[in-house]
Structure formats: structure tokens, C-alpha cells
Design a protein around this ligand. Sequence first.
Ligand SMILES: Cc1cc2nc3c(=O)[nH]c(=O)nc-3n(C[C@H](O)[C@H](O)[C@H](O)COP(=O)(O)O)c2cc1C
Length: 186
Amino acid sequence: MELPWNDPRSNKFATTIGLITSDGPLGPNIMACEWTHHLSYDPGLIAISLGFTKATVENIRSSKEFGVNLCAIDQSLLSSVAGGYSGSKYDKINALRELGFEFYEGSKIKSLMVKGAALNVECKLFQEVTCGDHIMFIGEVVDAINNPEKQSLIYHDGKYWSLQSIVKPNQEERDRIRKVLESYKK
Ligand SMILES: Cc1cc2nc3c(=O)[nH]c(=O)nc-3n(C[C@H](O)[C@H](O)[C@H](O)COP(=O)(O)O)c2cc1C
């Protein structure tokens, strides 16, 4: 069955937003990608799922590399521009520069990287897999810089959110959980 875009069931997922930077036949580009996931620690692998028609697909297929910049809570405008216009018709990078955002040169890849993102990861293409109506590009991490002052922006229910921490079970609750689990030991 289908689980379509903007369906209340699809909207229950909460994700970070990968700002995917690329360079290739369509020039330097950036797109917003909620389907950005950490897949493996060693080697570090990150998957991004892109619709077939995205300009970013053409760039990654040609350059075999891409940047994953996790959008910070003060960068929602950047996400809306990157996710609302296609690099096949607009030079989003220079438009974003004019809107006050900054980019820097990647150290291991040709793509530009986003200044002030929560996390900047440079990836070399590891594998491409067609998954239904999207293409999953799996990137092997070749450089990763954490920005400890920035929190990741969250995407949920078609809106932007910030994270709020919820307390973990306290010792008393953990003791009770352990007791119950011990009685169900296999
Ligand atoms: C918050 C947000 C999240 C998005 N997530 C995805 C995604 O996971 N996969 C995808 O293919 N498009 C996603 N999009 C849509 C693309 O970013 C949009 O189609 C963009 O114009 C593609 O850019 P490009 O053609 O320059 O590659 C998202 C858009 C927004 C605003």
C-alpha cells in the first residue's frame, strides 16, 4: 500500500533536516532532505533518500560525492529555500548568500558546505539503491565536524520544531523495570 506525502500517518515521523550540498553538471547546489539517516559507525555511513527528479540526483551521480549539513534551529529559512526551489532552475547558493547565509569549501570534497550548521559531514558515494519512488544514496563519511553550540532543527507534521529533553526513568523506576524483566527472562 501507499504511505503518501503529507498524509497524517507519514507526518508522525520526526526527523532532522539534511541540507545536501552537491556540485556537478547543474553547478553548486543545496537541497533539504528530511530522509537523512546515520546507518553505520564503522565505516561511518549516511543515507539520503531523494526523489528521481531532483537536480541533486544528477549532481551526485556525476561527482560521486555530497555534503550533509544538519540544519540548525536558526536556519529554518535556509531549509525552506533549499527545499522550495530546484537547482535546475535557480542558483540557490548565490540566492542564499544574498539572504545572509555563508558557505565554505569542503576539505575532502568539491561541494560547498554550510557555515553554522549543527553538523557538517563530507561524504563520498558508497552505494546507490533504488527504493520505491526514491533513490537512496549511501555516503561514506570522509570528514565530520560537530558544532557544539548549534542544536539540530526538527521536522515533524510539516512544521519545524526544536528539541526538548524528557527525563529518563529514575533509579526507582529502573529497579522496578529490572525486577519485571528478570521474571520474564528466557
Ligand atoms: C523540510 C523539507 C524536507 C524535505 N525532504 C526531502 C527528502 O527527504 N527527499 C526529497 O527528495 N525531497 C525532500 N524535500 C524536497 C526537496 O528539498 C525539493 O524538491 C528541492 O527543490 C530539491 O532540490 P534540487 O532539485 O535542487 O535537488 C524536502 C523539502 C523540505 C522543505
